[in-house]
Design a binder for this molecule. Structure first.
Ligand SMILES: Cc1cc2nc3c(=O)[nH]c(=O)nc-3n(C[C@H](O)[C@H](O)[C@H](O)COP(=O)(O)OP(=O)(O)OC[C@H]3O[C@@H](n4cnc5c(N)ncnc54)[C@H](O)[C@@H]3O)c2cc1C
Length: 451
């Protein structure tokens, strides 16, 4: 990749943030993303301080025919937040959150994480649906859909995105809202990073008590069959106020367990009674449920998901958790190759299922579970075995799956899976791609080519 020195210096002069090149002190730390497997080397990194830097970066990449990658929280497991050779727009430094408590709205910049968002909104007893790991970025999660503790009660995160400021492929800033560019807002609500760089997200907020009731209950791995069948049962007719996820995980001290991680988000007076069936089921080896700050609830999965670890994911939706499926999961879980690896089930229900599939770009409006096989390890030499484990498990259960969450696709998922992630809205998204990005400038993503 050859770039004229004068052109690079001209870009540097236009920026409020730093411009990094290979060899600069901060270059290696800045190109790192959450998945340590990803090792890409952009020619330039713009550390954006504001919208003007985003515009300058987009215009420069266009003018010099560079691939552009956009980084929010850097969590995309496939590593789409960074590119080889091209220009990486690092939005991590754009951290402002403005809460309007009177109207219940928050405006946040694209470098904000869910920990930062919840910190600001909870100061007013408010929140919107956000990710269950606090260092995940609001940007990629929102644009791809957004599952979280509040989803059954208040819909996906993208359902709560009410407006956005976007730098489009021509390097201009546009507003997307119900009144202006409503088609662009529709596309941003599940269409991923295909349509431009979002520089401001405007969210609908909801009252959420600073103290809710939740946590984890765990049983030995040997109880996994009974616990997962029980879990499938309690998810049926589950009230919107009860968020309940399941996992086959390892405890920090190395015990293989099956766990239910849940929260009651309704009236605190009902919490004990609502969660009692879970806490009283069989003989748990640990019961860590109780009153918990909402901000802390959103950190319960943090410990198992640190930066600096190698990972490989496989994911899909299940409409049913039948006996044969559960048996196959358990058979492969018994052969897990790393004590950091996990198998997770997130329930999708309630408000998420009460919209029409065409109401937003995110089309999944049926009750189901998001299922994730998460292989994690620290020694790069072991990669092959861990990846093989995840693939074998996935091959065994894939026949039971229908569709996939776009934000959980990994780098080797084939094109057909990307397409299936957008479901019946794919054609409409492809037409809007032609309108807003006819040359497919924004393609470091789960791509929707113009069509
Ligand atoms: C540990 C962990 C926990 C997770 N938990 C959840 C969860 O609870 N719920 C859930 O729904 N998902 C969850 N996810 C998946 C998550 O939604 C995706 O990884 C998502 O990409 C994270 O967003 P990010 O900003 O951190 O990612 P990044 O890697 O920074 O960005 C991902 C992509 O989003 C696009 N993008 C980023 N910023 C912008 C922008 N400003 N404008 C336009 N496009 C942009 C780009 O295409 C980019 O490649 C989790 C992921 C991880 C790794």
């Amino acid at each position: 990749m050859h770039l004229e020195k004068a052109a690079v210096e001209e870009l540097r002069a236009r920026l409020r943030g730093d411009l990094l090149q290979p060899g600069d002190a901060a270059y290696d730390a800045t190109r790192k993303v959450w998945n340590e497997m990803v090792d890409k080397r952009p020619a330039l990194i713009v550390r954006c301080k504001g919208v003007a830097d985003v515009i300058a970066g987009v215009r420069f990449a266009r003018q010099h025919d560079l691939v552009l990658a956009v980084r929010g929280g850097g969590h995309n497991v496939a590593g789409n937040a960074v590119c080889d050779d091209g220009l990486m727009l690092d939005c991590n430094g754009m951290k402002s959150v403005h809460v309007d408590p009177v109207n219940g709205i928050a405006r946040a910049e694209p470098g904000v994480t869910w920990a930062e968002m919840n910190h600001e909104t909870q100061a007013f007893g408010l929140a919107t649906t956000g990710g269950v790991v606090s260092h995940t970025g609001i940007a990629g999660l929102t644009l791809g859909g957004g599952l979280g503790w509040l989803a059954a009660k208040h819909g996906y995160t993208c359902d709560n995105l009410i407006a956005a400021d976007v730098v489009t492929a021509d390097g201009n800033l546009v507003r997307a809202s119900a009144e202006q560019n409503a088609d662009l807002l529709w596309a941003l609500r599940g269409g991923g990073g295909n349509f431009g760089v979002v520089t401001s997200f405007e969210f609908q907020l909801h009252p959420v008590a600073p103290i809710v009731y939740g946590g984890m209950v765990a049983w030995p791995f040997e109880a996994a069959r009974d616990v997962l069948k029980f879990y499938a049962g309690i998810c049926r007719d589950c009230p919107d106020d009860l968020a309940i996820n399941a996992g086959i995980i390892y405890t920090p001290d190395g015990h293989h367990v099956v766990a239910l991680i849940g929260a009651w988000l309704g009236d605190m007076a009902e919490a004990e009674a609502r969660l009692a069936p879970i806490r009283n089921f069989a003989a748990p080896i640990a019961d860590m449920m109780g009153p918990i700050p909402y901000t802390v609830l959103n950190t319960l999965f943090d410990g198992g998901n640190p930066f600096g670890v190698h990972r490989y994911w496989k994911s899909g939706y299940f409409a049913e958790l039948g006996d044969e499926l559960i048996d196959r999961v358990i058979e492969h879980a018994a052969a897990t190759t790393s004590p950091m690896s996990a198998i997770l089930l997130f329930r999708v229900d309630g408000a998420c299922t009460r919209k029409d599939p065409s109401a937003t770009a995110f089309s999944l409006r049926e009750a189901c579970w998001d299922f994730d096989v998460i292989a994690q390890w620290t020694d790069p030499a072991g990669a092959e075995g861990h990846i093989a484990w995840a693939r074998q498990l996935w091959n065994a259960v894939e026949p039971f799956s229908r569709g996939v969450y776009v934000n959980h696709l990994d780098a080797d998922d084939p094109r057909a899976r990307i397409r299936s992630a957008y479901g019946p809205n794919y054609e409409r998204l492809a037409k809007l791609k032609t309108k807003f990005d006819p040359t497919n400038f924004f393609r470091m993503n789960n791509n929707i080519p113009p069509g």
